[in-house]
Design a protein around this ligand. Structure first.
Ligand code: SAM
Length: 354
């Protein structure tokens, strides 16, 4: 990964008024904040943190570089004043961050009304589901790439079994975090023959699978267009087994396109960042675990807010810095992606948060 000085850009001056809702150069507002609480993960998914790059000698962030819970809450409140309606805690694996339920409770208390969600690989979820729900978590997404143990173990590269993730999903649903969303990244030649099994398993369960196109996140996952299964193909495959039809989005800018089973047994979603880019409605900012703001999942650089927090800047100064960064935002990476751009030195997803 590039060093933190290469990764960060200076805070630009504020060019327009920071009062009222902030919009970027393409008139997109700021509605969602993804917070990476750690750059570490206990899985080595081949498409995200391949073992040969994230090996035993990989330099993760030292603890002192991570934002503290107090710093995260302070920034989240400043973002809320810009119109943030939804916060997703992610990583790395967020449940590896000690005491995460305390952070959830702090955010829930300080930001009432904000939708507070979490994305996890599920490995530590069974034991934590109750505490997370009690702390004020509103919803949860669990990643699971196959129901076939051998395939899943190959994909997570740490021999983690499917059964434990399924138990975690049940535990989360049982605690009232239903419907649980289940993310399956589909990669050609790896797990694309398991799409129907996944749909069948969760059909009628109340939980919702979302099939995600394999993306060129970061700079280490060896992405090739040939490995992408377009969402249209996923829908066709499922429709051959279980008749389905499109459903209306729940809200403007929803990332997943919804499909419902015609027999009334629920729905699934597809996330088509590669074949049907949704940059035009992207209202997401990402806060890296070391406190920089990134305005795109495919960014190469971000803006360091931690120095402002630790350098004694006021909330107003940080508010204005966020406004200035957002006002200059031009990102539309998925609309201009090519094999060549896929090889650019993008910041890793585990660092800025998935
Ligand atoms: N560790 C947590 C987890 O496994 O859900 C949170 C972080 S992970 C980076 C967030 C989501 O990004 C997961 O659902 C993961 O499958 C997805 N993801 C990671 N790399 C991806 C890629 N190259 N293409 C598509 N989705 C990816």
């Amino acid at each position: 990964m590039n060093s933190s000085s290469e990764r960060t850009l200076p805070i630009p001056p504020l060019e327009r008024d920071a009062a009222g809702p902030v919009v970027d150069t393409r008139r997109r507002g700021l509605r969602d904040l993804r917070i990476s609480v750690t750059d570490r993960c206990n899985f080595r998914c081949t498409y995200c943190m391949p073992k040969d790059v994230f090996g035993a000698d990989y330099q993760f962030l030292p603890h002192a570089e991570l934002l503290t819970f107090e710093e995260i809450v302070r920034l989240a409140k400043i973002f809320r004043d810009h119109g943030i309606e939804k916060i997703r805690l992610t990583g790395g694996e967020p449940l590896l961050r000690k005491g995460l339920e305390t952070l959830v409770e702090m955010l829930a208390n300080e930001l009432p009304g904000v939708d507070l969600t979490l994305t996890t690989n599920g490995s530590a979820l069974k034991a934590k589901a109750r505490a997370l729900k009690a702390a004020g978590l509103t919803r949860i997404t669990v990643s699971l790439d196959s129901l076939d143990d051998a395939t899943f173990k190959t994909m997570n590269a740490v021999d983690f079994p499917v059964a434990k993730v399924l138990e975690a999903i049940d535990a989360a649903a049982g605690e009232g975090l239903a419907p649980v969303k289940i993310n399956m990244v589909v990669k050609r030649g790896v797990n694309d023959t398991h799409i129907v099994d996944m749909a069948r398993h969760f059909k009628g369960s109340g939980n919702i699978v979302r099939f995600i196109e394999f993306m060129d996140v970061g700079a280490t996952n060896g992405w090739k267009m040939d490995n992408v299964i377009p969402s249209a193909e996923v829908v066709r495959t499922i429709n051959e087994a279980f008749a389905c039809e499109p459903a209306n989005p729940n809200y403007f800018g929803e990332v997943a396109k919804r499909w419902r089973y015609k027999d009334g047994s629920g729905e699934f979603g597809v996330i088509s960042s590669v074949t049907e880019a949704f940059c035009g409605s992207c209202t997401r900012a990402r806060l890296s675990s070391d406190g920089a703001i990134y305005t795109c999942l495919f960014a190469q650089q971000g803006h360091d807010l931690k120095s402002m927090l630790r350098g004694g800047k006021s909330d107003e100064e940080i508010h204005n810095a966020i406004a200035a960064i957002w006002q200059l935002r031009e990102d539309r990476y998925s609309e201009i992606r090519t094999e060549e751009t896929s090889r650019s030195r993008k910041v890793e997803m585990s660092f800025i948060g998935g």
